[in-house]
Design a protein around this ligand. Structure first.
Ligand SMILES: Nc1ncnc2c1ncn2[C@@H]1O[C@H](COP(=O)(O)OP(=O)(O)O)[C@@H](O)[C@H]1O
Ligand SMILES: [Mg+2]
Length: 369
């Protein structure tokens, strides 16, 4: 997959920007607060339609503006697609999405046209954000490349809401619960099966990635911890928990309580991990995510790597840059090229460098740095 060009308007601190890419490795260099992350965010938004920084669309909208626009040309299997996202603050339908000029009515139909993997300092929330963040990680990986999963998880959450409403309203007739519970079990089983298969793939890759990245020092594990241990007993469990759930006012069992273990010998990394180990761990997870998606879609997702290089010591940078060189296309932000220049020396002609300042970009030659 190749991102050929990007145009943005009124997106954060960018008023208007059009750039073309003709290389696989692109670096954005600039001081803090100039717009490097904003630019990666705009690409990522075309991919998932939601900011990885969890900001609302109004927060992303350039200050005192009413509309923002992101457009890109993506080349995939020799087919070029134009992807566009427009946002208008004042309209009832705020977001408009288009593929090759034709409006797409469902977000789910749009997502998956541009596949990205983001590496960001915010990824530490996978470690520190508890089970909710870890479930979110699994669901975001699956949803990006698997429409059926995406639909299924949305349905699961809706059905769960219905059951919780019944519980909150203290509905006592079992008859009212049964149809919802049957649907819940059906969708829930798919959620569990897909998450299990995903983690099965990620496990081995993660282990190898971390082992390499840490110079063979860290030997941690990830494991899927389903809330329902025996799928055959799911319906039975819902039945036997109904009384308790009525008292609680919510559904106490199911994949919405799943967890992903990250650690060593039953101890979670939050209990013992140093800052450096946590960083290497999330980078290894993201790398495994990249490998998983690449394997599933038989194409390379686009890497958006925000400020990650500075978090790594020299050895780890070398490993990381090697990973990049084997990837399809990568966009990199950094405040300087210190420590990376050595590795990319041989690839000069394949690298593009942009200096970022106050929401504007200027392309420079790598020799000039
Ligand atoms: N909605 C917005 N409209 C205009 N400017 C914004 C908006 N949101 C953030 N900014 C500005 O963007 C800059 C931060 O950009 P960012 O890409 O995070 O910086 P960095 O280069 O350090 O990654 C800040 O100067 C901030 O004031
Ligand atoms: Mg930044």
């Amino acid at each position: 997959m190749l991102l050929e060009s990007v145009s943005i308007q009124n997106f954060r601190n960018y008023k208007s920007l059009d750039i073309n890419f003709n290389s696989r490795l692109t670096f954005f260099i600039g001081e803090n607060g100039e717009g490097k992350t904003n630019f990666l965010e705009s690409i990522q938004m075309l991919s998932t339609l939601k900011s990885f920084r969890d900001n609302s669309d109004d927060e992303i909208l350039g200050w005192s503006k009413d509309t923002f626009y992101i457009g890109a040309n993506v080349l995939r299997d020799n087919v070029r697609q134009k992807l566009e996202l427009g946002y208008t603050k004042k309209e009832s339908k705020k977001k408009k999405i288009k593929v090759n000029g034709d409006e797409v009515s469902k977000k789910i139909e749009f997502i998956g046209n541009l596949v990205t993997v983001v590496f960001s300092p915010l990824d530490l929330k996978i470690i520190d954000g508890g089970p909710a963040e870890r479930r979110r990680l699994l669901d975001s990986i699956l949803s990006m490349i698997n429409k059926n999963y995406h639909i299924n998880i949305l349905e699961y959450n809706n059905i769960l809401k219905h059951r919780n409403t019944l519980l909150k309203n203290k509905v006592s007739s079992i008859k009212e619960f049964i149809p919802w519970e049957q649907m819940l079990v059906q969708r829930g089983n798919i959620v569990m099966e897909e998450r299990e298969a995903l983690v099965e793939f990620l496990r081995e890759k993660f282990k190898t990635n971390l082992f390499d990245l840490s110079g063979k020092k860290d030997d941690f594990e990830i494991a899927y911890i389903p809330n329902i241990k025996d799928k055959n007993k799911y319906m039975e469990l819902l039945n036997s928990k109904r009384e308790t759930d009525l008292r609680l006012g919510y559904t106490s069992i199911g994949p919405h309580r799943d967890d992903l273990f990250i650690g060593k010998e039953k101890r979670d990394i939050t209990e013992f991990g140093s800052q450096g180990q946590k960083r290497s761990t999330v980078i290894s997870i993201r790398t495994a995510q990249f490998q998983y998606i690449k394997n599933k879609i038989n194409d390379t997702p686009i890497l958006l790597i925000d400020d990650v290089i500075r978090e790594l010591d020299i050895k780890r940078r070398e490993y990381f840059v090697n990973l990049l060189l084997g990837s399809g296309q990568a966009f990199f932000t950094t405040t300087d090229l210190e420590g990376i220049k050595d590795y990319i020396g041989d690839l000069k002609e394949k690298i593009q460098v942009f200096m970022v300042k106050s929401g504007e970009m200027e392309e420079v030659s790598i020799e000039s740095l």
